[in-house]
Design a protein around this ligand. Structure first.
Ligand code: PMP
Length: 462
């Protein structure tokens, strides 16, 4: 480390400490609640993800409505995290709240379909393309089921993913390339999975590497986001999707497109809006307005292949097999009712238009400030989602992100933002719009981003 780099690091560390002290001072009740939470929860909160906020502990939510959250210290936040996409419909959207209340009074879970499911099934096909659907309780579960189906019908074991991906608690995807070597993803500990046997990983947008990795003939499926959103935003280069589709078809490999985050692109996700032809489509998070849900949809050809193994029409046999896709509560009446409300009344074309216009305004403000201050950063935008990237050029792969990412600058920005009443996704600097995100929310963000630039300029970080 050069002296200048060490000095800059020292300044950054002090700024983070100052902001975290300010955070503690502003949030006495949350700080106290966190101490108590640690007495009963393995990682402090009811989910280990809740530990990942940059202030040192999470704020405890009191209530949330639209694009705003109020915490138990009485502070208000503009919420651009939106539950890491689970809240993309906005908090407590009226249509979802009404549907949930109505259905809760009529029974939440019965191991029986309701008539709402007929509308939902038809709408999922209309929006996203695939013909045959199954619900799960999370996107992780949907990915797991999609992988299992791929293995069943191909008889192969390996799952190919792109370095820097995240597809939930799917062990096969917990691999990455670092310094040219394949290994467990950063922060994943060995846990008995033989990744050499079940995984293959290549860099995103690298057609030659993909072709070579599929040529072994042992890859059951490629599991991919249409563009990468979990390692900073990595846009897809033109023609990559065509190559991905052609190469997987040629190799007899199933193509699973995971749209859990990229549902923010538009009403049909990236797939529907760009005419992709995945064999299996996966989504989750916001799809039922915050009620836990995942979905996976199969093309007719893949469904036919599955049915040759596990028939679906056999009146004398009540059991299709112990598939266990999705769990006991999957597709329950409550989830179906809220999913219908989301698809019919919240994630509508008109609301997408609004959300995307808001994101465009936010991204252009960020971009203007970056340019005016001659900063080596950029802002990425895809539909209703924007991301501040502390690197000059958009990355093409996970390797570019590893080389350019500035985690301490992210920690400082996140803490500063929370102290100024703004929440962004704690894992990187992703800002998501919901239908209720307003022009004044965007203006406030722009002002706070400008203050942040001032802060680090005065401290000599930039
Ligand atoms: N797929 C993608 C693309 C995701 O980003 C995530 C979670 N961030 C998942 C799947 C898993 O979702 P869940 O944790 O809700 O199962």
């Amino acid at each position: 480390m050069t002296t200048a780099t060490a000095e800059r690091q020292g300044v950054l560390n002090r700024l983070i400490e100052t902001e975290q002290e300010r955070f503690l001072g502003l949030h006495p009740r949350s700080a106290e609640a966190w101490q108590e939470g640690k007495q009963h929860f393995l990682y402090g909160g009811p989910s280990h993800w809740m530990r990942r906020w940059a202030g040192g502990f999470p704020i405890y939510a009191d209530e949330a409505s639209g694009a705003h959250i109020r915490d138990i210290d009485g502070r208000d936040y503009i919420d651009f995290c939106l539950g890491d996409t689970g809240g993309m419909c906005g908090h407590a959207p009226e249509a979802v709240t009404e549907a949930a209340t109505r259905q809760l009074k009529r029974g939440a879970t019965m191991m029986l379909p309701t008539e709402d499911s007929l509308w939902v099934g038809a709408e999922l096909s209309r929006r996203f393309g695939p013909k045959y659907w199954t619900l799960t309780t999370s996107a992780t579960d949907a990915n797991r089921a999609a992988i299992r189906i791929s293995r069943m019908i191909t008889g192969r074991r390996k799952v190919l993913v792109f370095s820097g991906c995240y597809h939930g608690g799917v062990e096969e995807a917990h691999v990455e390339i670092r310094d040219g070597r394949v290994g467990l993803r950063n922060m994943i500990h060995p846990n008995g999975i033989d990744h050499d046997a079940v995984s293959r990983v290549v860099e995103f947008n690298d057609v030659a590497a993909l072709e070579a990795a599929l040529a072994h003939g042992d890859v059951a499926c490629v599991l991919a986001e249409p563009l990468m959103t979990n390692f900073g935003m990595i846009p897809v280069v033109s023609c990559f999707h065509q190559a991905l589709r052609d190469l997987t078809r040629r190799a007899g490999t199933i193509l699973i497109i995971d749209e859990t985050h990229t549902l923010s692109c538009g009403p049909g996700g990236y797939t529907g809006d760009n005419g992709l032809e995945p064999d299996i489509f996966v989504a989750g998070k916001a799809i039922a307005g915050g009620i836990p849900a995942g979905i996976f949809g199969l093309s007719p050809e893949i469904a036919e292949r599955l049915w040759t193994l596990v028939p679906h029409v056999n009146p004398r046999e009540r059991q299709s097999a112990h598939l266990g896709f999705g769990g006991t509560l999957a597709g329950n009446a409550l989830t179906i009712a809220t999913m219908r409300a989301v698809l019919e009344k919240v994630l509508t074309p008109a609301n997408y238009e609004r959300m995307i216009a808001t994101a465009t305004r936010l991204a252009s403000d960020i971009s203007r400030l970056i340019e005016a201050n001659h900063l080596p950063w950029h802002v990425a935008q895809i539909g209703a989602r924007a991301e501040i990237m502390f690197m000059r050029e958009p990355p093409r792969s996970g390797a570019d992100v590893i080389a350019g990412r500035q985690p301490d600058l992210e920690t400082l920005l996140h803490t500063f933002y929370m102290n100024e009443g703004i929440l962004v996704t704690p894992f990187h600097t992703m800002l998501l719009m919901c239908p209720a995100t307003s022009a004044s929310d965007v203006e406030r963000h722009t002002a706070v981003f400008a203050q942040f630039i001032d802060l680090i300029r005065r401290a000599g970080v930039i």
